[in-house]
Write a protein that binds this ligand. Sequence first.
Ligand code: ATP
Ligand code: MG
Length: 480
Amino acid sequence: MALHRILVADDEESMRWVLSKALRKKGYTVDLAADGNEALRQVREQSYDLAIVDIKMPGMTGLDFLDKAREVRSDLLVVVMTAEASMKNAVEAMKRGAYDYITKPFDLEVVDAIIEKVSRARDVSHQVSMLKQELKDRYQVEKNIVGNSPAMREVYKTIGKVAVSDVTVLIQGESGTGKELIARAIHFNSARLGKPFVAINCAAIPKDLLESELFGSERGAFTGATERKTGKFEQANHGTIFLDEIGDMPLDLQAKILRVLQEQEITRIGGSQSLQVDVRVVAATNQELLEKVRNREFREDLFYRLNVVPIHLVPLRERRDDIRPLVEYFLDRASAELETPPKQCSDEAMELLCNHSWPGNVRELENTIKRAVILSSDLLLTPADFGGLFDRQQTLHAVPQEQSLEAIVEAKLRSSMNGVEKLDKGDIYDRVLEQVERPLIRLILEKTRGNQVRAADVLGINRNTLRKKINDLGIQLKKD
Ligand SMILES: Nc1ncnc2c1ncn2[C@@H]1O[C@H](COP(=O)(O)OP(=O)(O)OP(=O)(O)O)[C@@H](O)[C@H]1O
Ligand SMILES: [Mg+2]
C-alpha cells in the first residue's frame, strides 16, 4: 500500500516550503501546519499515512503532538525533526513512539529513504494484519456457532456446500434463530473471505431511502443529494451483501434487485451509466415468503431467484438438544465479558431452561443468561435468578395458556384488513389505539372505584394525562 497523504508541521515557513515542494513533486498529497495545535486539528479531520513534525514549535511541541496525535489515530506514523543534533530529543521521541527522526539540516534524500522505508513497512504490516484478520474471522465464526442437533448439522453441511460457489442463499427462520450469524458464516467460509461483508436491514430503512442505500446516488439526483453516495451493492463489491428482512422490501425495489441478480450490474439513482458489480447475495427473512408470494406481496420470480439454496433455521424449541450447550456457551461468554468469575447453572435451573419454549429463540436465551449473570451475586445460578421467566409459564409441561392479548389483537387486526388492497391516508393508528385505551381505562377506573388519582398511579401515567384521555375518549364516569 503506497503512501498518499503526508502532513508536514513546522513553524519555519522555509522548511514547510522545501518539504512540500519535494514531496508534491513525488506525487504525494501534502498538507501543511505551522504549529502543533493546527497539526493536531488536521489529524482529527484527515487520515494521514505519515506526519513529519518539528520538535520545537510554539504552542504544542512535536513531542506533545506525538502523544496526542496517536490518541486520535493510533496507527499514524510520525517522523520528528530536531534542529539541534541533540540525542536527548531524539531518544525521547523514539521512546514516545515516533517512527524515526531526522536532524536538521538534512538532505532531501534522507526524507526519501525514510518514506521508502515506511512504504515497505506498511506493505508488510498491512498484509500481516489482513491475514490475521482473516484467520480471526474464520476462527470466530467457527467458534461462535453452537449446537450439534441434527437440524444444525444440516445447516453446517449446507454452509460447506455453498461455500465454494457464488449461489444465492435464502435463510428463513423465526426471529432470533441466528440468520445473520449463518449469513456471516457463509461469507467467512467462502473465497470472498477478506472482502467486504455488507449487511442491510430492509425493514429498518424507510422505503424512500432504501433504494439509494442499496444502489447509491449521483450528486443532485434528488433534493439533499449534495454528494455522490456509493450504495451497499457497490460497497460489497467482490464480497457478500446480506439483504436482511427481504420480505419487507417494496415491490418496485424487488424488481430492481431481480435485475441486479440477473445482470450483475447496478445504476446509481440519477446516474446514466450502469456499473458492473461482483456480489454474492445472501438474503434472510422471518416471514413466510411463499405466503407473501401467494398474496402477491412478493415477486415470485425474485423468490425463486433468491431461493436457489434455502436454509431453514429451526426454532430453538424444536431442537432442544442445543439448549444446554448454548446455555454453557453464553454463561462463559457473559462471565468473560463482564469479567466475573465463571458462573454455572444448578441442575434445576438448567432443566427449566431446557424446557422453556423460547419464543425469542437464541437471542432470548442469550439475553436471559446475560441478565442472570449480571444480577446474581452467587456463582451458582438457581431458578430464582431467572426471575419471572418461568412464572410466565411457557414451559412445555405447563398448561397451555390462553392466547396473549397481543396475539388476539393481531389476529383481529389482520382479519379486519383482509381483502383491503389499497391503503389510503388515514388515522388507523389513533383509531386502533383508542380501542385499546378506552376499555383499559374503563376497567382500571372501575377497579379503583372512579378514583382518578389512584387510577393514574396504577396505569403509570400522569394524572392530567388521564383526565385528558377520559375527556378525549368520551369515557363516562360512574359516580357511586
Ligand atoms: N447457533 C448459535 N450459536 C451461538 N449463538 C447464536 C446461535 N444462533 C444465534 N446466536 C446468537 O443469537 C443472537 C441472535 O442471532 P441473529 O441476530 O443471527 O438472529 P436473527 O435470526 O438474525 O434474528 P432477527 O430475526 O431477530 O434479526 C446473536 O447474538 C447470535 O450471535
Ligand atoms: Mg437478524
